[in-house]
Structure formats: C-alpha cells, structure tokens
Design a protein around this ligand. Structure first.
Ligand SMILES: Nc1ncnc2c1ncn2[C@@H]1O[C@H](COP(=O)(O)OP(=O)(O)OP(=O)(O)O)[C@@H](O)[C@H]1O
Ligand SMILES: [Mg+2]
Length: 264
C-alpha cells in the first residue's frame, strides 16, 4: 500500500477517531475533524484540553493509540500501522510537516543562517551553498535579511520566532503547525509574526495555529476549531464560532477573551 496520496488529490488534513492516552488519562478522545488545505485554522480550547498533544500527533512527535491521520498525503492508522511501517510513515510525515514552538527552540550556538541551513543539509543532503542561499532568501522573506550572521540570543522574541518559522520553511513543509507562537512575545511584536503567517497563507501552505489570540483568529483564520477534553466542541468560520457560538461551553470559554476583544 502506498503512503502517499495520488497526484492531484486534496491533501488537507483528515483526523478520524483519534485517541491518545497518557497512562489512564485519555487526552484525545475519539476526535474527528477535517482541516482545510491551504488555509489558516486556529485551534482554541482551555488549558489541558489536548491542543499540544494533537499537534504532536499530527507531526509524528507523538504516537497515538487508535484512529487515522491523513496529512500532507500520508496516512497513519493505529493500531494497524506499527513497527517499521509506522516508522516509515512517521518519517515521511516529519519531512512534510513543520512545527513552530512557543519558545522558538533555536540552536543557540548557531547563527540564524546556520539555524536555517543545517537541517536541509543533514536530512535532505542539500549542498551547503544551496542550503545557505535558500536560507538567505527565507530570512529575507521574514524581514530579517540583515541578520544572517547574528546569534539568536542577540534577537528579541519577535525576530526569534520569525527565524524559527523560516527554519521550518527551509524544509519545504506542506503543513506548518504552531503551538502558541506568539504567547512568549511582547504584544507589540505579535503583529510582525502574524504578518508572516498571512504571507504564507497567500502562498497556499496549510497552517494550524494553537493560540489564545482571539483577535488573530478572528482576523486571519479561515477556520476555527474549539477543543474541549480531547474532543471537538465546535468548529466553523471564525465569524460564526467567535461571534455566535452554538455551544454554551464555547461561550463560557470565549467570555474570558471577549472582555478584551469584541468582534465587530
Ligand atoms: N507526556 C505526557 N505525559 C503525561 N501526561 C501528559 C503528557 N503530555 C500531556 N499530558 C497531559 O495531557 C493533557 C493535555 O495536555 P496538552 O499539553 O495537550 O494540553 P493543552 O491543551 O496543550 O494545554 P495548554 O493550553 O496548557 O498548553 C494534560 O492533562 C497534560 O497534563
Ligand atoms: Mg499546549
């Protein structure tokens, strides 16, 4: 059986009956959802509802117990896939799905350009000159063309996160996952990161963003998914979910944010 979708097939993300437990705690509980291709989807939900775990399952950092994930044209089904077969599929997923973390996770001993060009050389076997040329292009793209030789500790949070996004892009992912990418940033640095996501959206990459920035969800996302206790509580267009939630529990969750942000 092939792991990849036939050419031309929509490679949005399909999650079917996903279940994941840590010990006796079921953290993802039979979750099914379809994430549209080439759009920004925002994932909201109270602390501990399983957002990070879901992202980690999506990029193969975490194995799940049962269900099926189809992402970037690769299907992983549990428990059907295990051992070598599972490893092979997970490694394909990892090559096509990038992840950006709250705390950037840049290599402190490497310059920004080295941060960007290392993985393509090690994982892809891209020649050094080509990896560096591409790295410079990506730094340019996130507005940091003049910071190639700077070490991360000399940058503030906003630029660091833009380097981290550029680093993920250096692997040419079809899907980018972000776990609270702006929550470690000063409010005035949030917009510059959001601007990068918008630019990528225009290029058609599929992005899932876990965030508490309701304003961002409202303005930039095309799809909103609200999780609660490892299940989908509600999903739909931002205007519908955020302005007129169908579920009382979504309303309760949003109330906290709506005191500071009122969608027009
Ligand atoms: N590696 C792990 N081992 C054991 N329990 C874990 C592990 N990772 C997460 N959990 C538990 O799973 C539940 C969901 O965690 P997760 O980090 O996915 O939530 P979250 O929605 O991302 O929360 P937050 O908004 O606080 O980041 C929590 O109860 C957490 O304690
Ligand atoms: Mg989390």
């Amino acid at each position: 059986m092939s792991t990849t979708a036939p050419a031309g097939e929509d490679t949005g993300i399909a999650i079917e009956g996903l279940t994941k437990s840590f010990g006796t705690q079921r953290v993802v509980d039979g979750l099914s959802v379809t994430i549209p291709k080439g759009q920004i989807t925002v994932l909201l939900g109270p602390s501990g509802c399983g957002k990070t775990t879901l992202l980690r399952c999506l990029n193969g950092l975490e194995t799940f117990d049962s269900g099926r994930i189809t992402i970037a044209g690769v299907s992983i089904e549990r428990p059907a896939h295990s051992g070598r077969e599972l490893e092979r599929r997970v490694s394909e997923v990892r090559q096509r799905v990038g992840m950006v973390f709250q705390n950037f996770n840049l290599f402190p001993h490497l310059t920004t350009l080295e941060n960007l060009s290392l993985a393509p050389q090690l994982v892809r076997g891209t020649p050094r000159e080509r990896a560096q040329a591409r790295g410079r292009e990506l730094l340019e793209m996130v507005g940091l063309g003049d910071k190639a030789d700077v070490y991360p500790s000399f940058l503030s949070g906003g630029p660091m996160q833009r380097v981290a996004i550029a680093r993920a892009l250096a692997m040419e992912p079809q899907v980018l996952l972000y776990d609270e990418p702006t929550s470690a940033l000063d409010p005035e640095r949030v917009d510059e990161v959001v601007e990068v996501l918008r630019r990528l959206d225009a290029e058609g990459i599929t992005q899932i963003v876990v965030t508490h920035e309701i304003a961002f969800a409202y303005e930039a996302a095309e799809h909103v998914v609200v999780l609660e206790r490892g299940r989908i509580l509600e999903e739909g267009a931002p205007a519908a979910v955020l302005r007129n939630p169908q579920e009382e529990r979504t309303r309760v969750f949003l109330r906290r944010f709506l005191s500071t942000f009122r969608p027009g």
